[in-house]
Ligand binder design. Structure first.
Ligand code: COA
Length: 144
């Protein structure tokens, strides 16, 4: 079952985020405090769009996204997307992504956009779903 994210889902989603990324190959060190703050930033945006996927009444994955204005047609930008590690590669990600695509279409949005790590498996997942790499875009940063 897939439904919209509610405020009382954030804590569960934060624990799931820690489960999904505090391991190989990401090796992040999200804490419940930083994960909750990170997800609440998306959730509190006025253009927030988010869904959770449940199995036996338990949240097993989440997508945090937002509607983004663009000069051609608005789009859905995916800020965060993850499935519980022990349930990955069983089609839940596909269900959640397709749900978001149906939502975007129902809202007359142009499509979905997102950033992902080119060296990690999610890139193959998106390519399987016909997402195209934008070669002209470069993600830049400066450490201070
Ligand atoms: C990426 C993610 C959301 C996909 O959800 P999922 O439920 O695992 O995906 P599905 O079962 O629908 O599709 C599986 C396909 O995705 C790709 N994939 C997902 N995880 C993979 C992994 N660990 N290794 C290799 N391929 C993987 C493969 O193409 C796979 O197909 P295959 O099993 O036939 O080889 C999920 O794996 C995940 O949460 N990963 C960790 C967090 C992450 O990277 N999020 C995306 C950030 S942009």
């Amino acid at each position: 079952m897939i439904r919209e994210i509610h405020s009382n889902d954030i804590e569960t989603c934060a624990h799931l985020l820690m489960d999904a990324y505090n391991m190989e190959p990401w090796n992040t060190h999200w804490t419940i405090e930083t994960a909750t703050r990170y997800l609440n930033e998306f959730f509190s945006s006025k253009d927030f769009v988010g869904f959770v996927i449940l199995e036996n009444n338990t949240i097993i994955g989440a997508m945090f996204a937002h509607r983004k204005t663009w000069w051609t047609n608005d789009e859905l930008f995916v800020d965060e997307f993850y499935i519980a590690p022990h349930l990955q590669r069983q089609g839940y990600g596909k269900s959640l992504l397709e749900h978001a695509e149906r939502y975007a279409k129902s809202q007359n949005l142009a499509g979905l956009t997102l950033l992902t790590n080119r060296y990690f498996p999610a890139k193959n997942f998106y390519e399987k779903h016909e997402y195209i790499q934008a070669d002209h875009v470069v993600f830049m940063y400066k450490e201070l």
